[in-house]
Design a protein around this ligand. Sequence first.
Ligand code: ZN
Length: 93
Amino acid sequence: MKKYMRAKLPELKKIVYDHYGNSCTKCAENNIHKLTIEHIGGVRSHYRHPSGKRKRGLNLFRLIIKENFPDYITVLCFNCNLGGYIEQISTPS
Ligand SMILES: [Zn+2]
């Protein structure tokens, strides 16, 4: 069972990244190994486990597909993801 689930992750990942254009929304980086899922406007509660931890991997990709690719999910590369985070915490509100 576990093996089966692990085998499915690259497929789910590909479906999700394909949908969101297979590249970073900010800088167009298209190396899939550098891409990450970004939650626009913060992580929705159903994208968290009851413990408060963000869903990742299979749980995350399955949920995105199940929700039919919501527009508050986008794809960023590691660099832009990190940049966005730093921007957020250093910008006075
Ligand atoms: Zn980028």
